[in-house]
Design a protein around this ligand. Structure first.
Ligand code: NAD
Length: 286
C-alpha cells in the first residue's frame, strides 16, 4: 500500500519545462519551490506562469480564487539549499547536458533530505547514470513530462537500475494525482520509450535538410495536410534545437554513430538559432 505523503515539491531549472512542471504541481495544490541559477530565467518563469494562469481563468478552466491561490503556492529561489532542504519531491529540469545534470544532482544531494525523491525530467539520459554518485540512488527516478506540461497528459515514469519499487510507485501515483497519464518504463535505456521511437525521425528530418530534399515549410505543410496539429520542424522550434542536438549527440554515443551524421541542426545550434526561445529557428518568431 502506498502512502503518498508528498506535499512539498522543488523544481530545479525554471525554463520551458521547469516553469510548466511547477505550474502543474501548484495547480494540483502542492507547495512548489522553483530554483534557477539565473535570476532573469526566474523572472521569465514568473511572468509565463502568471500569463498561463490568467488564460486558464479567462477560459473558465479554473476560477479566479484558484488562480490566485495557485500563484501564492509557488516560491522562487536562486539558491539550491533553501529550495530543496525541506522538499519531499525534487524534479530537475536543467538543460540536456549530462555533465551539467550531474553537477546539479550532486548539489541537490548536498542539501536534500535523505528520504527525498529526486526525479529527472531528462529527455534521454539513463536515470542510472544520473544516480551514479548520489548517496541514495534508490530514491532517484525518471519523471519525463512533455511540452507543454500544463497541456499534455503523458508522463513517462522511468525505473533506474537502483530505483526502489516504493519510489517508482510513489512517482507513478504522484503523476496520476496531478492529472497526468503516466506510463511505466521499467528498463532504463537512452530516450526511454517515446524519444527512442522518435529518435530516427529527428535524424531523418535533419538529413532531409542536409541533402536539400525539401524545406521545413514544405514538410510542415505536408504534415498539417495529414491532420497533424503542427509540422515536425515547427514542433522542434517549440522543443528547442539545443535539446534536439544534445539528444542526437547522446544517441550517437549510446545507440549508433548514424545519429552523428546530422549537420544542419548543428549549424543552427552553433548560430544560436534555437527556435522559439531565441526568436529564430526553422521559422522567425520575432
Ligand atoms: P531550458 O533551456 O528552457 O531551461 C533550462 C533552465 O535551467 C534554464 O532556465 C536555465 O537558466 C536553468 N539552469 C541552467 N543551469 C542551471 C543550474 N546549474 N541550476 C539551476 N538551473 C539551471 O530547457 P528545457 O527545454 O526546459 O529542458 C529542460 C529539460 O527538460 C531537459 O532535460 C530537456 O531534455 C527536458 N525536456 C525538454 C522538452 C522540450 O520540449 N523542450 C520536453 C521534455 C523534456
Amino acid at each position: 500500500m502506498i502512502s503518498l505523503e508528498i506535499k512539498k515539491i522543488a523544481v530545479i531549472g525554471s525554463g520551458l519545462m521547469g516553469h510548466g512542471i511547477a505550474e502543474v504541481f501548484a495547480l494540483s495544490g502542492f507547495d512548489v519551490r522553483i530554483e534557477d541559477a539565473f535570476p532573469e530565467a526566474l523572472e521569465k518563469a514568473k511572468a509565463s506562469i502568471g500569463n498561463s494562469i490568467e488564460k486558464l481563468v479567462r477560459s473558465g478552466r479554473i476560477d479566479e480564487e484558484n488562480g490566485k491561490s495557485t500563484l501564492t503556492r509557488i516560491t522562487y529561489f536562486s539558491q539550491m539549499e533553501p529550495a530543496v532542504k525541506d522538499a519531499d519531491f525534487i524534479i530537475e529540469a536543467v538543460p540536456e547536458i549530462l555533465e551539467l545534470k550531474k553537477e546539479v544532482f550532486s548539489e541537490i544531494d548536498k542539501f536534500a533530505r535523505p528520504d527525498a525523491i529526486v526525479a529527472s525530467n531528462t529527455s534521454n539520459f539513463k536515470i542510472s547514470t544520473l544516480a551514479e554518485n548520489m548517496k541514495h540512488p534508490e530514491n532517484v527516478v525518471g519523471m519525463h513530462f512533455f511540452n507543454p506540461p500544463v497541456v499534455l497528459k503523458l508522463v513517462e515514469v522511468i525505473m533506474g537500475e537502483k530505483t526502489s519499487k516504493k519510489v517508482f510507485d510513489e512517482t507513478f501515483q504522484l503523476s496520476k494525482k496531478i492529472g497526468k497519464t503516466p506510463i511505466k518504463v521499467l528498463k532504463d535505456s537512452p530516450g526511454f520509450v517515446v524519444n527512442r521511437i522518435n529518435a530516427p525521425e529527428s535524424l531523418f528530418f535533419c538529413l532531409l535538410l542536409d541533402q536539400k530534399v525539401a524545406k521545413p515549410e514544405e514538410v510542415d505543410t505536408f504534415a498539417r495536410g495529414q491532420g497533424l496539429p503542427m509540422g515536425p520542424y515547427e514542433l522542434m522550434d517549440y522543443v528547442g534545437i539545443d535539446t534536439v542536438v544534445h539528444s542526437l549527440d547522446y544517441y550517437a554515443q549510446e545507440l549508433s554513430p548514424e545519429y552523428g551524421k546530422c549537420k544542419s541542426f548543428k549549424t543552427m545550434y552553433e548560430s544560436k538559432n534555437l527556435g522559439l526561445k531565441t526568436g529564430k529557428g526553422f521559422y522567425n518568431w520575432k
